[in-house]
Ligand binder design. Structure first.
Ligand code: TPP
Length: 191
């Protein structure tokens, strides 16, 4: 499964969510499908996308939060899983695109390439719903089910280690940061 196809398969569902992604390939691919003001692409702070998502989910329980994480990013901050599980936000779907590689910085293999199982790690951390999916339809179904579940899910999607040729887009970090924050405020006013 290509991650771009996986993103495309759930893109319509993202309109009514708040979305936080890691930097690099995931952010560039989501933007290539179409940027929306409810999308925040966390730059630099590798491993903290789920933590940012957790903060939003806890602070704004009326919103549905989707985090698009990566295997390398998650492995850099495994404690993020225990914190997620501890606070168990019911309005957060945590998707980990596991391409077994640090694709955005050259494709070095990560520990999932030698058997580390992120869904099992999430389960052991206490995340109540976890799964690993490999096919596109399986991913879409699992994502939709997670959105309907009203409980915390970590969904590990095994994807090919392929991405866009470049990761720089014309949306700067600051522009995204202010637009996203304004959008969250507007949502609070029922707009
Ligand atoms: C603390 C820190 N270390 C290293 C980097 C450089 N870096 C940016 S993206 C990336 C790889 C991310 O890997 P993964 O989460 O698996 O996503 P992929 O690139 O495979 O989509 C790295 C190492 C960083 N941004 N921050």
């Amino acid at each position: 499964m290509r991650r771009l196809d996986a993103l495309q398969a759930v893109y319509p569902e993202l309109e009514r969510c708040v979305v936080v992604t890691i930097m690099g390939a995931v952010a560039a691919e989501l933007q290539s499908i179409g940027h929306r003001p409810n999308f925040f692409y966390l730059q630099h702070a590798m491993g903290l996308a789920s933590s940012v998502g957790l903060g939003i989910a806890l602070g704004r329980p009326e919103l549905q939060v989707v985090v698009f994480d990566g295997d390398g990013s998650l492995l850099m901050n495994l404690g993020g899983l225990t914190t997620l599980a501890r606070y168990r936000p019911r309005n957060l779907v945590h998707v980990v695109f596991d391409n077994e590689s640090l694709l955005s910085v050259g494709g070095f293999p990560t520990a999932t390439s030698t058997g580390s199982d992120l869904a099992e790690i999430a389960k052991a951390a206490g995340v109540p719903h976890t799964a690993t999916v490999r096919g596109l339809e399986e991913f879409r179904e699992a994502f939709l089910a997670a959105q309907k579940r009203d409980d915390l899910t970590t969904l590990v999607a095994k994807t090919d280690a392929v991405g866009p040729s470049g990761y720089v887009t014309d949306l700067s970090l600051l522009e995204n940061r202010y637009e996203f924050a304004r959008h969250l405020k507007q949502l609070g006013r029922g707009e």
